[in-house]
Design a protein around this ligand. Structure first.
Ligand SMILES: [Zn+2]
Length: 84
């Protein structure tokens, strides 16, 4: 669960780089690309990495769902920011 209190990384997010990146909970960064199909693929590839780390199928499914949500939320937010 992510509470609003935990969303304090805004400063570093903006100053780090001009390239928009999606940042995963594991620290991995995925470059934001204008092609939604490519973007979706990149997210799924990373989600799969998390899934592979968990041996328990229930945990793997939970981790995959969580990571996908984190990345897609950022994707939507950054996509709307770029459109302004
Ligand atoms: Zn990750």
């Amino acid at each position: 669960m992510v509470t609003p209190r935990q969303r304090s990384a805004k400063k570093s997010e903006r100053s780090s780089s001009r390239l928009p990146l999606l940042k995963c909970e594991c620290g991995a960064e995925i470059l934001l690309l204008p092609d939604l199909k490519v973007m979706n693929h990149a997210i799924e590839v990373h989600v799969l990495e998390h899934r592979k780390k968990e041996k328990d199928p229930d945990k793997a499914a939970a981790a995959a769902a969580r990571v996908r949500k984190i990345l897609i939320e950022q994707l939507l937010r950054k996509a709307s920011e770029m459109g302004k």
